[in-house]
Ligand binder design. Structure first.
Ligand SMILES: [Zn+2]
Ligand SMILES: [Zn+2]
Length: 193
């Protein structure tokens, strides 16, 4: 693992700016890896880790930088719960830890650095200095990961009976005896014009 400052330098480049969310994300990911005993997530341990993120904000980019888990590698899973939390799953041992930022950390940041007016600057500094226990809550969890969720899953592509588009990773659903994609099954997030 690199140091906090080294990861922050990388996160700044990847994310486009340095912010409190980057500090939070880097520290959250470093803690997760340390708890799991994963030392080289982007090198020799790169096939060992799957990360679930629960928010699409600044910290998510930083978590991706530290863990090397990316959406396009299927090692980063997004659960849109709007929560500053992530779960790190060690595929080798089956161990998993969920880490969430504590609500109280913002207040503590104000108390630690009342002299800094900018909230972002204040949190950026305080989040560097704060103890893990003040910043995060952790829980050991069990994550059921079916084969099609594994990054290296190889399965057949199914063709939707309605739209004819291909469906990977067993995302098809059955409706009245027909095999459909989720859009045709009624889960569309868009309207065709
Ligand atoms: Zn940011
Ligand atoms: Zn379809």
């Amino acid at each position: 693992m690199l140091s906090l400052n080294e990861y922050l330098a990388e996160a700044e480049i990847a994310h486009g700016h340095l912010c409190a969310g980057q500090v939070l994300g880097v520290r959250l990911a470093m803690l997760g890896l340390a708890k799991l005993g994963i030392e080289d997530p982007r090198g020799k341990d790169r096939k060992r880790l799957v990360t679930f993120v629960e928010i699409d904000r600044c910290a998510t980019d930083a978590i991706s930088v530290v863990t090397g888990c990316r959406l396009g590698k299927r090692a980063l899973k997004f659960r849109d719960w709007g929560k500053m939390a992530a779960t790190f799953v060690d595929l080798e041992t089956g161990k998993a830890i969920r880490i969430a930022a504590k609500e109280s950390s913002k207040k503590l940041a104000r108390e630690m650095h009342p002299e800094i007016e900018s909230k972002n600057q204040q949190q950026m500094l305080a989040y560097r200095e704060m103890k893990d226990d003040d910043l995060f809550s952790t829980q050991w969890v069990k994550v059921e990961l079916p084969p099609e969720e594994f990054p290296g899953y190889k399965g057949d592509r199914i063709v939707c009976a309605q739209c004819g588009e291909g469906i990977n990773f067993r995302r098809e659903v059955e409706r009245a005896g027909r095999v459909l994609c989720r859009a045709c099954a009624g889960e569309r997030y868009y309207k065709v014009l």
